[in-house]
Ligand binder design. Structure first.
Ligand code: HPA
Length: 268
């Protein structure tokens, strides 16, 4: 049995007949979203073949199925990062499982550094496009014509507009911009950040882009929001660390949770 069929069998046993409207991937420090999931059924990744074993503090390692408002959600609390294993395709099977459960929308969240001085720590940035030039494409090695994924509109404008609308209703600033995927796990240098700014990047992080590419191949409509935890290297006197990322994620994550909950409450 494939990992995908085996994971689907585990889910069918724990949550019989459950079908998903929206899938959500939570980044560092955003685990609090699951508190708002009602009728939650939680399954450890360890029980789901093909789901990643988290090695990063702040990434929970659980799949939570349930409802937020009228929407049926599957929340991945924790993801695989390229820097953990040297593979950019480790989210392929989990995403395929969520797609097979019926999800057609995918909302990705992450912690990121900002290249825009006005959008400092505590702010949120809707990702409208990305730059994926520094790590391997997660579809390398796939066969079949569907590997040649069109990337003209990687992020769904309709979901983005919905999130903007919701943020405005709540009076929460939602910046938007281009996210650049750097492999990590070391942070970038000031010279790299200057170069990335010239390329058009507004936020920098170590995730999300491989998932976006995998998800677009699967036909998901994708939205992504960065929780800005720091100004990028060279833009402030603060040294960058994972502890600082987790600490600074708290402020933005409270707002991001408010936006997501209201967005779900208003959608079908
Ligand atoms: N760079 C890369 N990844 C990040 C950063 C950053 O400055 N902040 C949070 N994740």
């Amino acid at each position: 049995m494939s990992n995908i069929d085996a994971a689907l069998a585990v889910i069918a046993q724990k949550a019989p007949g459950f079908s998903v409207d929206v899938a959500l991937v939570l980044g560092s420090g955003l685990g609090g979203v699951v508190d708002a999931v009602s009728d939650a059924i939680t399954i450890d990744y360890a029980d789901l073949p093909g789901f990643p074993k988290p090695t990063v503090v702040g990434h929970g390692g659980q799949l939570v199925l349930g409802r937020i408002g009228a929407v049926s959600v599957a929340v991945m609390q924790g993801r695989a990062h390229y820097y953990e294993h040297g593979r950019s395709d480790l989210m392929a099977e989990p995403l395929e499982v969520l797609r097979k459960l019926g999800a057609d929308r995918l909302i990705l969240t992450n912690a990121a550094g900002s290249l825009v001085a006005e959008a400092g720590p505590g702010n949120l940035m809707l990702i409208t496009d990305h730059i994926s030039l520094f790590g391997p494409n997660p579809l390398i090695g796939y066969h079949g014509a569907d590997r040649f994924v069109d990337m003209n509109a990687p992020y769904d404008p309709e979901i983005g507009a919905g999130l903007h609308h919701t943020a405005a209703e709540l009076g929460i600033a939602l910046f938007e911009g281009t996210y650049v995927w750097c492999t990590g796990p070391s942070f970038e240098t000031p010279a790299e950040i200057r170069a990335l700014r010239v390329m058009g990047a507004d936020a920098v992080g170590m995730s999300t882009v491989p998932e976006n590419i995998l998800a677009r191949r699967l036909g998901f409509r994708v939205a992504a929001v960065s929780n800005i935890t720091n100004l990028a290297a060279g833009m402030s006197a603060t040294a960058l660390s994972h502890e600082q990322t987790l600490e600074m994620a708290k402020e933005g994550s409270a707002n991001l949770i408010r936006i997501l909950l209201r967005y779900f409450a208003q959608s079908q």
